[in-house]
Design a protein around this ligand. Structure first.
Ligand code: BG6
Length: 484
C-alpha cells in the first residue's frame, strides 16, 4: 500500500515563539517530515519569529539542531536538511512593542496561504493578534494557530476567545488539541461511522461501560511550574480526555465537516453530568519514602495538585444515560499506554450451560503505543471435551494490517499543521467547545478547593492509587490492566 501525499497550496507559516521548546520539539520536526514527504510547495516558507536577536543563519542552525535532536523519520535522505533550511527565515520581533513587525509584513508574499502559529503563552495572544492586524497581515484568509492551555477556567478562556475575535473570525482560528491529530483518534470516527457493525450497538442498551485511559511513564519533567498550577484535570482531562469522550459519545454528524462534527461534540459536553466528590480519585506520585516524588519535581513540598485522576462520568441523553464512562490519566504509571475500551454487555443467556459462563465483547482502541484496535470475541476452546468458551482478540495492529506504510503515519502535528494550510478545521476545537469544557470542569475544581482536598499518594511505576480501583469495584467492575 502506498501512502498518498495530497499536495497543499504554497504557504508562509510564521512561528511566533520559533526558538521555544514546542517549536523545537514538535513544530519544526513535523514541518521537516512534511517537507521530506514532498508536501511543501517550492516556494513555501517557514518564518521563525521571536524575541532573540538572531540572524537568519543562526536560526537555521537552531532549526538544524532541533531536527537532529527531535526528528524521528528515517525517510529523508541526508542532505535534504540543507534544502529544508533554505525555506527557513527569521525575524526578531517584539510581541509587545513595534520592533520587527514591519520587517515581518514585508516578508509576506501575496497569493500564498498565510498562517501564524502562536507558540507562546496565552498572555501574548492579544498582543500578537492586534499587531498582525495593525500591520495588515490579518487578511480574511489568514489563519492563526493557538495551543493549550487555552485558559485555566471558563472565564479566562472566554477572555481569550474575545481577544482573538477582535481581529479574527472563528473560521480563522485553529485551536490545537494534538490528541485530535493522532491517527487512531481519527480512526475512531472511521470505525464508528464507516462500518455497519458497531453503530447499532453503540448505546446503553448494549454497552455496559466505557474506559478511557491515558497512562504515562514520564513525570512532570522540566514543566513543574506550569504543571503544578494545572494538575491533571486542567492539563489532560479538560482537553485530551474530553475530546476522546466526545468522539466516542457523539451522535453521527450528518457530514464529516468542521461544524457538523464540532456541533455534535459540543452537545456531548453540554450533556455531561456534574461529578460528585465520591466519583473522583486524585493522586500524586511519590510516597515520601525515597524515589520519584512529585513534590520534589515541582519544588513545592506542600503541593496539592494531582498528577493522577480517575473519575466516573455520566452523560444525560437517550443514548448514554445508563452507561458510565470511566476516565483515568496519570504520570509515573507502570506503562505508557493509552486506550479506549468499549465493554459490551454480557450475553443475556448461556445456551452452553452455567460452566461455559456468560461472555462479553470488548472493543479496544489503542491510541499509543502499538496503535490499532482489537475486538474480543468469544469462541470455542479448541479440542475435545465439550463446549468450553474462551475470549480471543481479533487483532488489527495498524503496522501489521497496513504493512510498512502503517508504521510511518504522520504524527499529530504534521497532520494538524497541514490541515491549517488546507483550511480544514474539523480536527480543531471551536471556541464554544472549549468554554463548555471549562464550564463542566470549573465546579469540580472549585469543590476541591472549597474542601481543601488533598490527593492520595501513589507509588511511582504503579497503576495509580488503590482508591482508583475501588471506584470501579464499587460498581462491580474493574479497570483494564495498564500495559504497553
Ligand atoms: C500534553 C500535556 O498536552 O500532552 C502533557 O501537557 C502530556 O502533560 C502530553 O504529557 C501527552 O501527550 P502524548 O502525545 O505524549 O500522549
Amino acid at each position: 500500500m502506498v501512502s498518498r501525499v495530497i499536495p497543499v497550496d504554497a504557504f508562509d507559516l510564521v512561528v511566533f515563539g520559533g526558538t521555544g521548546d514546542l517549536a523545537k520539539r514538535k513544530i519544526l520536526p513535523a514541518l521537516f517530515r512534511r517537507f521530506c514527504s514532498g508536501q511543501m510547495e517550492e516556494n513555501s516558507r517557514i518564518i521563525g519569529a521571536a524575541r532573540s536577536d538572531l540572524g537568519r543563519d543562526e536560526y537555521r542552525q537552531l532549526v538544524a539542531e532541533a531536527i537532529n535532536d527531535y526528528n524521528t523519520t528515517t525517510k529523508c535522505e541526508l542532505g535534504t536538511l540543507e534544502a529544508f533550511l533554505e525555506r527557513i527565515d527569521y525575524v526578531h520581533v517584539d510581541a509587545r512593542g513595534d520592533e520587527g513587525w514591519q520587517e515581518l509584513a514585508d516578508l509576506m508574499q501575496p497569493g500564498k496561504v498565510r498562517a501564524f502559529y502562536f507558540s507562546v503563552g496565552p498572555g501574548l495572544f492579544g498582543d500578537l493578534a492586534e499587531r498582525l492586524h495593525r500591520h495588515g497581515m490579518a487578511d480574511s484568509d489568514s489563519r492563526i494557530v493557538v495551543e493549550k492551555p487555552f485558559g485555566r477556567d471558563q472565564e479566562t478562556a472566554k477572555a481569550l476567545n474575545d481577544v482573538l475575535a477582535q481581529h479574527f473570525y472563528e473560521s480563522q482560528i485553529y485551536r490545537i488539541d494534538h490528541y485530535l491529530g493522532k491517527e487512531t483518534v481519527q480512526n475512531l470516527m472511521a470505525v464508528r461511522f464507516g462500518n455497519m457493525l458497531f453503530e447499532p450497538l453503540w448505546n446503553s442498551q448494549y454497552v455496559d461501560h466505557i474506559q478511557i485511559t491515558v497512562a504515562e511513564t514520564v513525570g512532570v519533567g522540566g514543566r513543574g511550574e506550569y504543571y503544578d498550577r494545572s494538575g491533571a484535570m486542567r492539563d489532560m482531562v479538560q482537553n485530551h480526555l474530553m475530546q476522546l469522550l466526545c468522539l466516542i459519545a457523539m451522535e453521527p454528524p450528518a457530514k464529516f465537516d468542521p461544524d457538523a462534527v464540532r456541533d455534535e461534540k459540543l452537545k456531548v459536553i453540554r450533556a455531561l453530568n456534574p461529578v460528585d466528590a465520591e466519583d473522583i480519585v486524585r493522586g500524586q506520585y511519590g510516597t515520601g519514602r525515597g524515589g520519584d516524588d512529585y513534590r520534589e519535581d515541582v519544588e513545592n513540598p506542600r503541593s496539592t495538585s494531582e498528577s493522577f485522576i480517575a473519575m466516573r462520568v455520566g452523560i444525560s441523553n437517550w443514548r448514554w444515560a445508563a452507561t458510565p464512562f470511566y476516565l483515568r490519566t496519570g504520570k509515573k504509571l507502570k506503562a505508557r499506554a493509552s486506550e479506549i475500551a468499549v465493554i459490551f454487555k454480557e450475553t443475556p443467556h448461556s445456551i452452553f450451560g452455567p460452566e461455559a459462563g456468560r461472555h462479553r465483547n470488548i472493543l479496544t482502541i489503542r491510541l499509543q503505543p502499538n496503535e490499532g484496535m482489537d475486538l474480543d470475541v468469544t469462541i470455542k476452546e479448541p479440542g475435545p471435551g465439550g463446549m468450553r468458551l474462551i475470549d480471543v482478540p481479533l487483532d488489527m495492529t495498524f503496522a501489521d494490517a497496513l504493512g510498512p506504510e502503517g508504521e510511518d503515519v504522520p504524527d499529530a502535528y504534521e497532520r494538524l499543521i497541514m490541515d491549517v494550510i488546507r483550511g480544514n478545521q474539523t480536527l480543531f476545537m471551536r471556541g464554544d467547545e472549549v468554554e463548555a469544557a471549562w464550564a463542566w470542569t470549573d465546579p469540580i475544581i472549585a469543590a476541591w478547593e472549597d474542601r481543601g482536598d488533598k490527593p492520595v499518594r501513589y507509588e511511582p511505576g504503579s497503576s495509580g492509587p488503590e482508591d482508583a480501583l475501588a471506584l470501579l469495584h464499587r460498581d462491580g467492575r474493574r479497570w483494564r490492566e495498564i500495559r504497553a
